[in-house]
Write a protein that binds this ligand. Structure first.
Ligand code: PEP
Ligand code: MN
Length: 349
C-alpha cells in the first residue's frame, strides 16, 4: 500500500503517518520526490485500512499498488528519479546521459590510471573497475581485493572521477563502502537477497545489474529489497540475458529499457560490453541503448586489451573508443539529453 502526500504536506504530517503505521506494527518507507512525497507501507494491508490514513492532514490519497514491487514502482511515483554519485554528484537519470567506463578488473595502478584517463578523454564521468571479481572459473583472476580498492581511490584522486565497484560478499561491504562511491551488484548476485539487503543499508548508491536468467519483474523485486532498507538511490543496469543465441555472450534486451521506464521510476542504463562480450558490437549496441532512451551506458575500456586479465575481448581503446566517444557526444543531445556533468564540480585534480 502507498500513501501519497499532497504537495503542501509538512514534515510533521509525514512523521504522523509514519508513526501511526509503525505503531500499528507496520513498516513505512518514505520516498521524497521533487513535487510530492510518497510513503510505502509494508505489513498487514487490512490493518492499514482500519487506520483511516486518508483522513490525516497532508494525505492526498492512499492506494493499494497492484505491482508486486511497491517502492520502485512508477504507479504512484510518476516522476522518474535521478541518482547522484560521488562527492561531485554525477547525475544518472532523465534528461542526462551518463557515460561510465573503466577496466573490467583493477590489475595495477598504472593500468587503472591509464584506463581512467582514456575513459575520461572519451567523455566518461564515472569510473568502473572490479576489485572483487565474481568469476565463472575458480582458476580465473579473482581481483586484487582491498588493494584494488586503494588503487581505485587513488585513481579517483588523480582524475576526479567517482568510482563504482562490485560487492561480491556481504562481509566486504563495509570496507568497499569506505572507498567506493557506488556499489555494484553483479548479474550473478541479483538474487542474493541477503546481499541486496546489506547494500540497501550501506548508505551508498547501488548499481543493480539484471541477472542473466531473470525477468524484468524479478529484477525490480531485487531492487525492492534494496529500497525496503531505505535506499532508493538505485540504478538498474541491463547487461544481456541468456538465450539460445551464441553469436554474442548474452543477448542484449533493448526492450528492457523502455519496459523498466514505464514500470519503475528508477534510472536504467545498459552494459553493452558484458551483453555482447565483443568489442566490435559495443558501439552499435551503445547506439541502440541511446536510441531506446537509456539513462547511460557502462563500458569496459583497457589500455592494452590483449593483455587484460579479465574480459579483454570486449574492452575498447583507440579507434573503437573514439567512435564511442563521438556517438556519446552526438546522439543523446538529439534525443533531448545533456551530458551528465557533475552537479558540484570537484576541485580539479
Ligand atoms: C562486471 O561488470 O564486471 C560484471 C562482472 O558484469 P556482470 O555482473 O554483468 O556479468
Ligand atoms: Mn567483466
Amino acid at each position: 500500500m502507498v500513501v501519497v502526500m499532497s504537495p503542501d504536506a509538512t514534515d510533521a504530517d509525514i512523521d504522523a503517518v509514519v508513526n501511526k503505521v509503525e505503531y500499528s506494527g507496520g513498516e513505512a518507507f518514505v520516498s521524497r520526490g521533487v513535487v510530492r512525497t510518497i510513503i510505502g507501507l509494508v505489513g498487514d494491508v487490512d490493518r492499514f485500512h482500519g487506520l483511516n490514513l486518508r483522513a490525516m492532514p497532508g494525505v492526498a490519497d492512499v492506494h493499494r499498488i497492484s505491482d508486486p514491487y511497491k517502492l520502485v514502482s512508477r504507479q504512484h511515483h510518476p516522476d522518474r528519479s535521478t541518482v547522484y554519485v560521488g562527492e561531485s554528484q554525477v547525475p544518472i537519470g532523465p534528461g542526462t546521459f551518463t557515460f561510465m567506463a573503466g577496466p573490467c578488473a583493477v590489475e595495477t595502478p598504472q593500468q587503472t590510471l591509464e584506463a581512467a584517463q582514456i575513459a575520461k578523454a572519451a567523455g566518461a564521468t564515472l569510473l568502473r573497475g572490479g576489485a572483487f571479481k565474481p568469476r565463472t572459473s575458480p582458476y580465473a583472476f579473482q581481483g586484487l581485493g582491498v588493494d584494488g580498492l586503494k588503487i581505485l581511490a587513488s585513481t579517483r584522486d588523480a582524475t576526479g572521477m567517482p568510482i563504482v565497484t562490485e560487492v561480491v560478499d556481504a562481509h566486504d561491504i563495509h570496507v568497499i563502502a569506505e572507498y567506493a562511491d557506488m556499489l555494484q551488484i553483479g548479474a550473478r548476485n541479483m538474487t542474493n537477497f541477503a546481499l541486496l539487503q546489506a547494500v540497501g543499508s550501506a548508505g551508498k548508491p547501488v548499481l543493480l545489474k539484471r541477472g542473466m536468467q531473470s525477468t524484468i519483474e524479478e529484477w525490480l523485486m531485487a531492487a525492492e529489497y534494496i529500497a525496503q532498507r531505505g535506499n532508493l538511490d538505485i540504478v538498474l543496469c541491463e547487461r544481456g540475458i541468456r538465450t539460445f543465441e551464441r553469436a554474442t555472450r548474452n543477448t542484449l534486451d533493448v526492450s528492457a529499457v523502455p519496459v523498466v521506464q514505464i514500470a519503475s521510476h528508477l534510472p536504467v542504463i545498459v552494459d553493452p560490453s558484458h551483453a555482447s562480450g565483443r568489442r566490435d558490437l559495443v558501439v552499435p549496441l551503445s547506439r541502440a541503448a541511446m536510441g531506446a532512451g537509456a539513462d547511460g551506458i557502462i563500458v569496459d575500456v583497457h589500455p592494452q586489451p590483449e593483455e587484460a586479465l579479465c574480459d579483454g575481448p570486449q574492452a575498447l581503446e583507440g579507434a573503437d573508443l573514439r567512435a564511442l566517444a563521438s556517438a556519446v557526444r552526438q546522439l543523446p543531445p538529439l534525443l533531448g539529453r545533456a551530458p551528465a556533468e557533475p552537479r558540484t564540480p570537484a576541485v580539479s585534480p
